[in-house]
Design a binder for this molecule. Structure first.
Ligand code: BG6
Length: 488
């Protein structure tokens, strides 16, 4: 990794992702003095616009999407780096504009915050103006494809011009502090490192719930659904980090090799077991946080016959030595009661209960890793209630050891995932980016589930907005005498 100057080129600089996330993140990196003093930032979009207008646009944008008032010093430094070029990304001749703004002797980072359908055009355009060499890095946003075949097409288009060591595929969950902390928790603490397998763990739950609906993105979302939008990437990445073997080092390929092995070991789900291990749902009208919201089929632009799922629950199994017999229950949905992402590790019960007749009176230990919001790590333990009793009995109570990030690290601001990822690209570290084989392996598993759903032709089960999903999702665990963890 090296802290060196680069030309950071932001394709799609006027788009939603750039406005909401990328430009505010660059501003935060500037504030933390984590951008090399000689780095330039070049916005690229189709609109004709002067550099001054672009700068004004970026400023008002950062003001809108940052949580605090603009710091003049930071802004002045950032503003000095900004430039803008107007490029019709599909027109190869349009790329001549790059000659005037990029320095061929420096690293160039091309962030493609554009629809994946034009990744190929952009790579071809850059190649046409002869600025691609081995020092250029290209950053790709999801979705990489709609299924395995289409992801291969996109990856092939990009790899015609870039080799894998130059390609940075974003899964923004990998930039979240608490997701990164999974690696620290597991491998920097012997109490977890040695208890992390089928001998000690009963099952694992991974929930990523959102209270928002599809936020004006009906067209995109209806084509994708929650499985492609969330499970194929974010949930499977979290699962891989929770389940992977210890990597030999923290370098990019050591980590990615181990994650890939987990994805390869996922037991296939197909028509033979689809109804036993998956549940999909679609929200109907209801109340979220006291506000009345429409159902999925009543959203603006909705096709009222859509069978697209807005909720998914899956019992996943990893067929390897470490995880034999340990289910990983995954759950994600839109319009749930609240936004919360958590990993919950349920340890096995003690083999014998010294403290009462009922086996159930001694609940298992749980490790709750709160990814967002209220980031933290919590362990439930049984504790003796202090005090004297006439019978001399030892009364127990479930208690929590609770590490809340906001209390433990009150001086630290938790950076947005994109700040971390932008920094890593500029440093040239691929560890937090998804390798081609991981993307393809994830599609392979997901495609089989989507095919099986198609085959059954059953519609998703309705669930009222503001609830935790269809009743069948409760049943998925209840039939194994388990239940979903209830978030705070
Ligand atoms: C995106 C999905 O990748 O992740 C969105 O496309 C989803 O549908 C978002 O809302 C959730 O991200 P976060 O960081 O808000 O949990």
């Amino acid at each position: 990794n090296s802290f060196e100057p680069c030309d950071f080129v932001l394709f799609g600089t006027m788009g939603d992702l750039s406005r909401r996330k990328l430009l505010p993140s660059l501003y935060q990196l500037e504030k933390a003095e984590l951008i090399h003093p000689d780095t330039t930032i070049i916005g690229v979009a189709r609109q004709e616009m002067s550099k001054e207008d672009y700068i004004a646009e970026v400023k008002s944008n950062i003001e809108k999407f940052s949580d605090k008032a603009l710091c003049e010093d930071t802004w002045n430094r950032l503003c000095e780096r900004l430039d803008y070029i107007c490029v019709d990304m599909k027109d190869i001749n349009s790329y001549k504009a790059f000659d005037d703004v990029v320095d061929p002797n420096r690293v160039m980072v091309c962030y493609l915050a554009t629809p994946p359908a034009i990744y190929g055009d952009i790579c071809r355009g850059l190649h046409g103006c002869d600025i691609i060499d081995s020092s250029v890095r290209v950053v790709l946003e999801k979705p990489i494809g709609h299924d395995l075949d289409s992801s291969k097409v996109i990856n092939d288009q990009v790899s015609e011009y870039f080799n894998e060591s130059q390609i940075y595929r974003i899964d923004h969950y990998l930039g979240k502090e608490t997701v990164l902390n999974l690696i620290a928790l597991r491998f920097a603490n012997s109490i977890f490192a040695t208890n992390w397998d089928h001998n000690c763990i009963d099952h694992v739950q991974i929930s990523v719930a959102e209270s928002v609906g599809i936020e004006g993105r009906w067209g995109y979302f209806d084509d994708a659904g929650q499985m492609r939008d969330m499970v194929q990437n974010h949930l499977l990445q979290i699962l891989s980090l929770v389940a992977m073997e210890p990597p030999a080092t923290l370098d990019a390929d050591s980590i990615r090799d181990e994650k890939l092995k987990v994805l390869k070991a996922l037991r296939p789900i197909d028509v033979s077991n689809i109804n036993d291990v998956t549940v999909r749902g679609q929200y109907t009208a209801g109340f979220v946080k006291g506000e009345e919201v429409p159902g999925y089929l009543e959203e603006d632009d909705a096709n009222t016959r859509s069978k697209t799922e807005t909720f998914v629950a899956i019992k996943a199994e990893i067929d390897n030595w470490r995880w034999a017999g340990v289910p990983f229950y995954l759950r994600t949905g839109k319009r749930m009661p609240t936004k919360v992402s958590e990993v919950v590790i349920y340890f096995k019960r003690q083999p014998h209960n010294l403290f009462g007749d009922s086996f159930n009176s001694l609940p298992p230990n749980k490790l709750v890793i709160r990814l967002q919001p209220d980031e933290g790590v919590e362990i439930t333990v049984m504790n003796k209630i202090p005090g004297l009793t006439s019978s001399g009995s030892m009364d127990l109570q479930k208690s929590k050891l609770d590490l809340s990030f906001s209390e433990a690290f009150s001086e630290e601001r938790i950076p947005d995932a994109y700040e971390k990822l932008l920094l890593e690209v500029m440093l040239g570290n691929q560890a937090l980016f998804v390798r081609r084989d991981e993307v393809e392996q994830a599609w392979n598993w997901v495609d089989s589930i989507l095919d099986a759903w198609n085959h059954t032709a059953e519609p998703p089960e309705p669930y009222q907005a503001g609830t935790w999903g269809p009743v069948a999702s409760i049943g998925l665990l209840a039939r194994e005498n388990r239940s979903w963890y209830e978030s705070k």
